[in-house]
Design a binder for this molecule. Structure first.
Ligand SMILES: [Mg+2]
Length: 391
């Protein structure tokens, strides 16, 4: 396998939404195209940043793209197996990178690794979910089959012109009408009185509080006795997401002890070393709480497999993982490995909304197609960012 070329473009997302912590209006993302040559021909792989962080053009163009282009074809070969190895590819990317300090680096590596997985799957004439099921292995537990995954909708963002309960009800209705399993809304960005009305409106549409989750985006500070958190707890929702700072494990433990509702967290930690600390010291419980590490932001699938491995050694199941946040890579990993589900924005028309058009959503499940790769070409709201990059 030889790398022919790599190109990155930093693009504005221009979303007018916000959560309790940040606005997305000035956010950027990186679109990456990797062209490879194998004995079967040339293939172009596409990668796109995840949501909630910025583009990675500086890091990619200064360090990671030159590193790959300067490598020799044999550098990507597993010497024992004699085959192309994604582990070797990852090792080339991480040459001369110290441990720790993951910051933005993990997202740069993740987006270029995504493009490489897409190219490699295309060279094998397989959708990525099937390549992963074949080479890594799907969950062997009799649950949801490879090529399928549970899918839920997220929404309920705060927008400049609309934060009221009626908007939430409309979004929730669309989410369930479109076939998603449950709906998640933002909390913590307006007064508790208004947030409670939003939650009540969503539950009314859903018909059951277990079909509604909330995402606090760390807005409850580090106080496990937060009064509003206790109020939300009384709704008996599916989960409360990121109640406190992602790295304050003592506060997370105290929070979990103070409420009955399960907790979901992990979208803002980016390396297996941080996952080790979260699972050791965060007070989370396998089978009850949900882990949301973002695969694209966390050095890609190679590092995500290390996270799964560590978690499974401590009693967690793959089904406890539902990765952040609406990208095609997570959709394929969830269905290829047998994770607990897939999150995507169910109401807005953004690159992280819905799924590629070749994917069917029905009765809470997503059914993926057999088209090779991760399917960015079949998602117009995302593919438009690659305009002119594939000539
Ligand atoms: Mg979140």
């Amino acid at each position: 396998m030889k790398i022919v070329s790599i190109h990155e473009r930093t693009v504005p997302l221009e979303s007018e939404t916000s959560n309790a912590a940040i606005s997305f209006s000035t956010m950027t993302a990186s679109a990456v195209v990797v062209e490879i040559e194998t004995a079967k021909g040339r293939f172009k792989g596409l990668g796109f940043s995840s949501y909630g962080r910025y583009g990675h053009g500086g890091l990619l163009n200064e360090r990671f793209i030159p590193r790959l282009l300067n490598a020799q074809p044999e550098d990507f070969i597993d010497q024992a197996e004699g085959n192309f190895s994604m582990l070797n590819f990852w090792d080339v990317l991480m040459q001369n990178e110290k441990e720790g300090g993951h910051g933005e680096r993990s997202g740069a590596v993740g987006v270029i690794e995504t493009a490489m997985w897409d190219a490699w799957a295309k060279s094998e004439d397989l959708p990525l979910w099937a390549l992963l099921a074949r080479d890594v292995g799907h969950a062997d537990d009799g649950g949801v089959a490879a090529g399928e995954t549970v899918i839920y909708g997220s929404g309920g963002h705060y927008r400049n012109d609309a934060v009221d309960a009626q908007d939430i009800a409309d979004e929730a209705r669309k989410c369930f009408d479109d076939g998603y399993a449950w709906f998640k809304i933002k909390v913590g960005g307006v007064s508790p009185v208004l947030d409670n009305k939003r939650i009540e409106a969503a539950i009314r549409v859903a018909g059951a509080s277990q079909l509604i989750a909330v995402d606090a985006n760390c807005s409850f500070g580090n106080n496990g006795l937060n009064v509003y958190l206790k109020q939300i707890d009384e709704f008996s929702l599916r989960w409360i997401e990121e109640p406190v700072n992602p790295l304050d494990y003592e506060a997370l433990t105290a929070t979990i002890k103070s409420i009955q509702t399960p907790v979901a967290t992990g979208e803002n930690i980016f390396a297996v070393a941080d996952v080790v600390n979260l699972l050791r010291y965060g007070g989370l419980t396998p089978g009850r709480d949900t882990l949301q590490m973002d695969i694209v932001l966390s050095y890609g699938i190679t590092e995500f497999l290390r996270m799964l491995s560590f978690a499974e050694s401590g009693g967690w199941s793959r089904r406890d993982f539902i990765p952040h946040a609406g990208h095609q890579l997570a959709l394929h990993v969830s269905s290829g490995l047998g994770l607990g589900g897939h999150e995507t924005a169910s109401v807005l028309d953004t690159p992280f909304s819905s799924v590629s058009v070749d994917t069917k959503i029905e009765d809470g499940y997503a059914y993926l197609s057999d088209k090779p790769g991760i399917g960015i070409e079949y998602k117009p709201s995302l593919y438009k960012y690659f305009d002119g990059m594939l000539n």
